[in-house]
Design a protein around this ligand. Structure first.
Ligand code: ADP
Length: 171
């Protein structure tokens, strides 16, 4: 069962010892606040130096770097949509973030991947709708990627943990 490959944890994604953590970045890939700032602080200056060579990243796409001082071997930088009411493609763009991040992880032979709740901070995506898209998209994509053994949803709040658990139970 796909959900046997899911874990939901509450905490700081920068502490996770997985093959790749996903960063909720912005299009510049030059760092920012929230989880992006935490990842850059924990990874050290090598991460920003590599990000500078990437030429940014469009919303819904993903790019990969090394993990530098993080326990994670790689960082997959994806750019979630800014919530503008839901009528300008936000759900499809958010789903693309999860799907493209996993495809990139698989290409780089990552078998364990952790996601934050992309777009649900400063970008304002409603947390319940975002958790459903996250869980459903990861479930669908894992069906194509047998070599990815485990996906962790690393939630910052207790409410976010609950929303992801409910979404997994509803699969
Ligand atoms: P976005 O701009 O995509 O909304 P944010 O970083 O503002 O990105 O928020 C995305 C989610 O990441 C939010 O749910 C926020 O609570 C969470 N978050 C912030 N810091 C961390 C962290 N260190 N580890 C995991 N999640 C985090």
């Amino acid at each position: 069962m796909i959900e046997d490959r899911f874990t939901v944890v509450q905490g700081d994604i920068t502490t996770l010892d997985v093959d790749a953590i996903v960063n909720a970045a912005n299009e510049s890939l030059m760092g920012g606040g929230g989880v992006d700032g935490a990842i850059h602080r924990a990874a050290g200056p090598g991460l920003l130096a590599e990000c500078r060579t990437l030429g940014g990243c469009p919303t819904g796409q993903a790019k990969i770097t090394a993990g530098y001082d993080l326990p994670a071997r790689h960082v997959i930088h994806t750019v979630g949509p800014v919530w503008r009411g839901g009528g300008v493609g936000e759900p499809a763009l958010l789903a693309s973030c999860y799907r493209n991040s996993l495809l990139l992880a698989a290409e780089h032979r990552c078998s364990t991947v952790a996601f934050p709740a992309i777009s649900t901070g400063v970008y304002g995506y409603p947390a319940e709708a975002a958790a459903k898209i996250a869980v459903e998209t990861v479930a669908r994509t894992l069906g194509e990627l047998p070599k990815i053994e485990r996906v962790t949803f690393c939630c910052f709040s207790e409410r976010s943990v609950e929303l992801h658990r409910v979404a997994i139970a509803a699969l």
